[in-house]
Design a protein around this ligand. Structure first.
Ligand SMILES: Cc1ncc(COP(=O)(O)O)c(C=O)c1O
Length: 484
């Protein structure tokens, strides 16, 4: 496919503006362009064709099954887009005074209330713009909490699981804590003996996702919470996997003190490709005074932003947070109404259906019922036929299926982390099972077919290291002569 620059023909235009005799703008000499920018010159139909063709070559939840573990790529209901485009929301200016933004503030306040109920914790800040920013905010809250108690210097360590998502250790380091990892036991839970040996008076807290990245609910969570609280430490819940437990179990009831939500996963936002996201945090009352400022509060029938928060860690995001994401999440939650737990029940059912269908073909490292996702291993295919998890993932693309997450969590060799979500019908799940089984047969019978996949995508195998380390994101004007 040609690049837009390669379609360029000198003098072509997508549109023409009328010419007016206006005085020239007074742009200081040093800021003036010496030459016009080198933009592609194409007519509008060609422009439309180019971008339509490009969008066709992409893969998204709207084009097919997308079981990318941990990412919760569920259908984004179109009603959300209608609601977020209502002029009162769409045209709202972030500097609008509270009196003129009552509807928006009420929506934010309602969302805070619902999220508090889902977490089982009393106070919420909507500000963080992603799960990872929620993590950093949560750790800053821990620091503020311990500093306020005069334990700031003492409590310098955070414990994470060895299955933790990469953002957990990154956030711990960014927040200035030391990192310690707890091992996973044979059933996929935190190893309690290892934990007991590591928790002490230097421990600030635990950072854990439950269900874990193995898709397993930690059976020892009540004891885990006791160990940390007995040591005076706090528990942080990475809510990236909340899709498994909404309305069924609440992190606050499990003993967690600080929680983040990934609004873009659990409550549906079109988030593939880097945005937009929302990572609100909920906290127990002892942590509430430190929440980012401002929060949205209710005075009788009126709503306002509250800046009078002397112990707050301050702002973590411009204005009130990613407002469009709040509107979509709110619309999504209200469409379910009190039946929100049906979402999680269906997500868990779909995952267990796939697990049951595939566990005899691929290795299952932890043979338990899963939550909303599960991890298989392609270790058997590698051992017997030299076919890796990466090969399986690439071959799936030939079946118009987005690959699952691979090689994560790190504790499972040749990991395939599969999350179907609740929005997939049985026929799609069966197609996936069929494709996975067929790839396993091909691994035995025609391994080259799998090794060289994908065969039917616009792009074949890439040198992924080179693509990551030396991405070409700029058109090579010097190497190409523009057609006359
Ligand atoms: C378990 C887990 N924790 C944290 C995150 C980080 O969330 P975000 O991508 O919104 O920063 C993710 C994202 O995939 C995740 O899967």
């Amino acid at each position: 496919m040609k690049l837009i620059y390669e379609r360029s023909q000198a003098g072509r235009r997508a549109g023409r503006l009328p010419h007016y005799e206006l005085p020239k703008a007074e742009v200081p000499e040093q800021l003036r362009r010496a030459a016009p920018p080198r933009l592609p010159e194409v007519a509008e139909p060609e422009l439309v064709r180019h971008f339509t063709a490009l969008s066709d070559r992409n893969f998204g939840i709207d084009t097919g099954f997308y079981p990318l573990g941990s990412c919760t790529m569920k259908h984004n209901p179109r009603v959300n887009e209608r609601v977020v485009a209502l002029p009162g929301f769409r045209d709202l200016h972030p500097y609008q005074e509270d009196e003129g933004a009552q509807g928006a503030l009420e929506l934010m306040w309602n969302l805070q209330e619902i999220l508090a109920e889902v977490a089982g914790l009393p106070a919420v800040s909507l500000q963080p713009a992603a799960g990872s920013q929620g993590e950093l905010t949560g750790l800053m809250l821990m620091r503020a909490y311990f500093e306020d108690r005069g334990e700031g210097a003492q409590r310098d360590t955070i414990i994470t699981a060895d299955t933790a998502h990469g953002t957990n250790p990154a956030s711990v380091t960014m927040a200035g804590f030391k990192l310690e990892k707890c091992e996973t036991d044979a059933r996929g839970n935190l190893d309690l003996a290892d934990l007991r040996a590591k928790v002490n008076e230097r421990t600030a807290g635990l950072m854990l996702t439950n269900p874990s990245t193995l898709g397993l609910f930690d059976e020892g969570i009540v004891e885990v919470a006791r160990i940390f609280h007995d040591a005076g430490a706090l528990l942080y819940y990475d809510g990236a996997n909340l899709n498994a437990v909404c309305g069924i179990s609440r992190p606050g009831d499990m003993g967690f003190d600080i929680v983040h939500y990934n609004l873009h996963k659990t409550f549906s936002q079109p988030h593939g490709g880097g945005g937009p996201g929302g990572g609100p945090v909920a906290v127990r009352d002892v942590v509430e005074p430190f929440l980012p400022s401002p929060t949205v509060v209710r005075d009788g029938d009126a709503f306002r932003l509250d800046y009078d928060r002397p112990k707050s860690i301050g702002r973590v995001r411009g204005f009130g947070g990613p407002f469009g994401v709040f509107v979509r999440s709110y619309a999504f939650i209200r469409s379910y109404g009190p039946g929100l737990k049906e979402m999680s029940e269906a997500a868990v059912l779909n995952a267990n259906y796939l697990l049951a269908q595939l566990k005899d073909t691929y290795e299952l490292p932890y043979d338990r019922h899963c939550m909303h996702e599960f991890v298989l291993s392609a270790r058997n295919l590698k051992r017997d036929y030299g076919i890796t998890a990466l090969d399986v993932a690439k071959r799936l693309m030939d079946f118009d299926i987005h690959p699952p997450t691979v090689y994560f969590p790190l504790v499972v060799p040749e990991a395939l982390m599969i999350e179907p979500t609740e929005t997939e019908p049985k026929e799609r799940l069966d197609e996936f099972v069929e494709a996975m089984r067929r790839i396993a047969s091909e691994a035995a019978e025609t391994p080259e077919l799998v090794k060289e996949a994908p065969h039917h995508r616009p792009v074949r195998r890439l040198d992924e290291v080179r693509a990551a380390k030396h991405p070409i994101v700029r058109f090579g004007f010097e190497e190409v002569t523009t057609p006359a």
